[in-house]
Write a protein that binds this ligand. Structure first.
Ligand SMILES: O=C(O)[C@H](O)[C@@H](O)[C@H](O)[C@H](O)COP(=O)(O)O
Length: 247
C-alpha cells in the first residue's frame, strides 16, 4: 500500500518581496543546518525568483558561502543565454554577476545544442554530478519551482502529463501556446529531491492554488499537484493573494 503523502508545509507572507525574502532566509538556514558539503540547487524562472535573485545580490552577498552552492535549472527555454527569455541569462545578470559564485559550479541547460541533444546532455551532467537515491535518481538538495496560471510547473504543462512519470532525467517540452521548445526535469527527478519549494504569488493564481492545495478532484489535472517529493519535504511559499482560498 502507498504511504499517505504528508501535507505540504504552507508559508504565507504579505507580498512577493516578502516571499522572496523568506526563501532567502530559508536558504541561509538550510546552509547553517547542513554546515558542510555542496548544496545542489535547481532554479526556476518566474516573477518571484527574479525578486529573489535581486535580493540575494543586494543583501545576501556576505551572508551566504557561495562556494557551497551548485546551480542547475529545473527548466529552461531553448534560446541563447543572452535572450531575455533565458532563465539562466536572467540569473546571471541579476545574481551571478554580483556575488562570489564559483563559475565551475554553474550548470545551465546547453541551449546551443538541438533540443533532444540538449536534454540528453543535461541529464548526463546531472547524473554525473549529483548523488543518487536507491532508484538511481539524482537528488537535488533544493528544487525551487513556480506554478503557472495553467497549473504547469518547471516546463511540465497540462497537455504533457506523461512527463510526470517519464523515466528520463530531462525531457524536451513544448509550450502549449507559443510552441517554444524547452528542456525540463521530469516528475520523478523533481520528486526525488530532498526538498521542493514552490514560490507562488499573485491573485491570478488563487483559484489554481486552492484547487491543488485543498485536494480537490479538479486539482489532479494540473502538473503542480503531482509534485510530492518522496522525502515529504514539500513547501509552498505564497503571498496572501495566492493563498487566499486555501483552507
Ligand atoms: O521558465 C519558466 O517558465 C518557469 O520555470 C515556470 O515554471 C515558472 O516558474 C512559472 O511559469 C511561474 O512563473 P511566474 O512566477 O512568473 O508566474
Amino acid at each position: 500500500m502507498d504511504k499517505p503523502t504528508p501535507r505540504p508545509h504552507l508559508h504565507v507572507y504579505d507580498d512577493g518581496p516578502a516571499v522572496a525574502r523568506a526563501f532567502a532566509d530559508h536558504l541561509v538556514e538550510k546552509l547553517r543546518q547542513q554546515p558542510e558539503g555542496p548544496l545542489f540547487w535547481a532554479l526556476s524562472g518566474g516573477s518571484t525568483p527574479k525578486l529573489l535573485f535581486k535580493l540575494l545580490a543586494e543583501e545576501y552577498g556576505e551572508k551566504i558561502d557561495w562556494s557551497r552552492l551548485h546551480f542547475f535549472w529545473g527548466d529552461d527555454r531553448m534560446v541563447p543565454y543572452n535572450d531575455p527569455e533565458s532563465n539562466y541569462g536572467e540569473v546571471k545578470s541579476l545574481l551571478f554577476d554580483h556575488v562570489a559564485v564559483v563559475e565551475d559550479q554553474i550548470h545551465p541547460v546547453p541551449t546551443d545544442l538541438p533540443a533532444e541533444e540538449a536534454a540528453e546532455a543535461y541529464a548526463a551532467t546531472i547524473t554525473e554530478l549529483l548523488p543518487q537515491n536507491s532508484d538511481g535518481l539524482p537528488i537535488f538538495d533544493i528544487n525551487m519551482l513556480g506554478m503557472g496560471g495553467d497549473g504547469h510547473t518547471a516546463s511540465i504543462f497540462p497537455d504533457s502529463m506523461e512527463l510526470l512519470t517519464d523515466d528520463r532525467v530531462c525531457a524536451v517540452a513544448k509550450h502549449p501556446e507559443s510552441g517554444q521548445l524547452r528542456v525540463t526535469l521530469t516528475g520523478p527527478v523533481i520528486n526525488a529531491s530532498d526538498e521542493v519549494v514552490f514560490l507562488v504569488t499573485g491573485g491570478s493564481k488563487t483559484e489554481r492554488v486552492a484547487q491543488i492545495l485543498n485536494d480537490t478532484p479538479e486539482g489532479e489535472q494540473f502538473p503542480a499537484a503531482h509534485i510530492r517529493p518522496t522525502s515529504g519535504n514539500l513547501h509552498w511559499f505564497m503571498d496572501r493573494d495566492a493563498a487566499k482560498e486555501v483552507k
